[in-house]
Design a protein around this ligand. Structure first.
Ligand code: HEM
Length: 178
């Protein structure tokens, strides 16, 4: 299946999905932190959480599509540098998938605790699977925030490990265009 597409197309799609997911993740995170500080009378008090839930669900879909793409088409490039980086980075990668799915699943469990579904940009509704009321809302809320912070810590480590690879990619792009 991987032979049908050229190497350039495969890595372009994987890179595009990577950076789009990262951008949507950071926007969802910033909105999540911002919306919890809004006063009841603020005009975005209701719309900001609705938008947060929709972009959060979009992160779920993007990560799901990227994991399928990676599985079929992408052979991970070796990490330059010391041994610890080579062994830690693949573990981080797998960990990120679990964390993204964990964050979005816990996020989904917060508003659905009372039995109502979650709208995706008004296009369709994801139905509520469980409705254990307050205990569900509280436990899912705590897990949601804890997993977000764990992901941020691991993302810093991931950036530290891959910084040289990103820098050399940018340099080669610059050389090609000059
Ligand atoms: C990768 C995706 C997501 C990220 C990074 C994220 C991040 C956050 C953050 C940082 C907060 C603030 C937590 C606090 O201060 O207590 C938050 C709150 C919240 N998130 Fe998400 N979220 C994501 C996905 C979702 C999804 C998919 C849903 C629902 C479908 C959701 C529903 C909520 C709700 C309802 C709150 C408010 C919780 C409260 O008021 O205590 N989130 N999110």
């Amino acid at each position: 299946m991987g032979q049908i597409l050229g190497e350039n197309v495969k890595s372009f799609v994987a890179n595009a999905l990577h950076w789009i997911s990262a951008a949507v993740f950071v926007s969802t995170l910033s909105l999540g932190l911002y919306m919890t500080s809004l006063e009841f009378m603020h005009p975005w008090y209701n719309s900001a959480p609705d938008f947060h839930k929709s972009t959060g669900i979009a992160v779920f879909f993007l990560v799901a599509i990227r994991s399928v793409w990676r599985f079929f088409f992408i052979e991970p490039a070796p990490i330059p540098g010391g041994d610890w980086k080579r062994s830690v980075d693949p573990i981080l990668h797998r960990g990120f998938y679990f964390l993204f799915f964990g964050i979005t699943f816990c996020g989904y469990l917060i508003p659905t605790a009372d039995g109502r579904g979650v709208e995706f940009f008004g296009l369709f509704e994801v139905p509520a699977l469980f409705s254990y009321k307050e205990p569900q809302e509280e436990i899912a809320g705590t897990l949601h925030l804890s997993l977000v912070f764990l992901t941020l810590c691991l993302a810093l480590l991931h950036t530290r490990i891959n910084i040289r690879r990103c820098a050399s990619k940018f340099k080669s792009l610059f050389k090609l265009s000059s």
